[in-house]
Design a protein around this ligand. Structure first.
Ligand code: G3D
Ligand code: MG
Length: 178
């Protein structure tokens, strides 16, 4: 482990049932600690890892449901270093709501500069052709428009999950240099 240590709060955002909690659990595996704040409807997990020779302690916030009170939203987003923005490739509505989630997060983060975000197209193990399904091209094109990085994931198989958090970590390292 290097001498350089960071504690980074990040949030998982996106519509209900897109796979936020599953992605978190897949990334953390066994042996992580969770603090429940059931009264707030959110909880966070701590996880130590190393990215580019830097010791990172992730504090990963995850909403149990939709935030209802303004204070909850504020507490959830305040002082974040980044966000994992998730949609479900089998449900187009969850893709259509992405921009709303992103703008909410950026506007409540209390940061002068927009914090790093990765856009995840989750449940790719379930994707089939059809009008409901969101294609890779559509995901990429939205990410380009929003100026954020795009990855395809499956919390079920594990595809892309580690890469997604590593990518976010690299971006936050750059962000915190500024
Ligand atoms: P949320 O935290 O965003 O609300 P969850 O979503 O992590 O609770 O996931 C909602 C449901 O989707 C769960 O199913 C979960 O197992 C499933 N899921 C999450 N990610 C994937 C994925 O990548 N592939 C597949 N096939 N399923 C996934 P249940 O049935 O437990 O409600
Ligand atoms: Mg959840």
């Amino acid at each position: 482990m290097s001498e350089d240590r960071r504690l980074w709060k990040i949030v998982l955002i996106g519509d209900g049932a897109v796979g936020k909690t599953s992605l978190r659990k897949r990334y953390l595996g066994e042996g992580f600690s969770t603090d429940y704040m059931s009264t707030m409807g959110a909880d966070f997990a701590l996880y130590d890892t190393e990215i580019k020779n830097t010791h990172i302690r992730w504090q990963i916030w995850d909403l149990a449901g939709q935030p209802v009170f303004k204070d909850v939203v504020k507490a959830y987003y305040t002082k974040i270093f980044g966000g994992v923005l998730v949609y479900d490739v089998t449900r187009r509505l969850t893709f259509q709501n992405i921009e709303k989630w992103l703008n909410d997060m950026w506007s409540h983060s209390g940061r002068d500069q927009k914090v790093p975000v990765v856009l995840l197209a989750n449940k790719i193990d379930l994707r089939e052709e059809g009008a409901e399904a969101v294609s890779t091209e559509e995901g990429k094109s939205l990410a380009t428009k929003l100026g954020i990085k795009f990855l395809e994931t499956s919390a079920k198989s594990g595809t892309g999950v580690e890469e997604a958090f590593n990518e976010l970590g690299k971006q936050i390292l750059e962000y915190t240099k500024k």
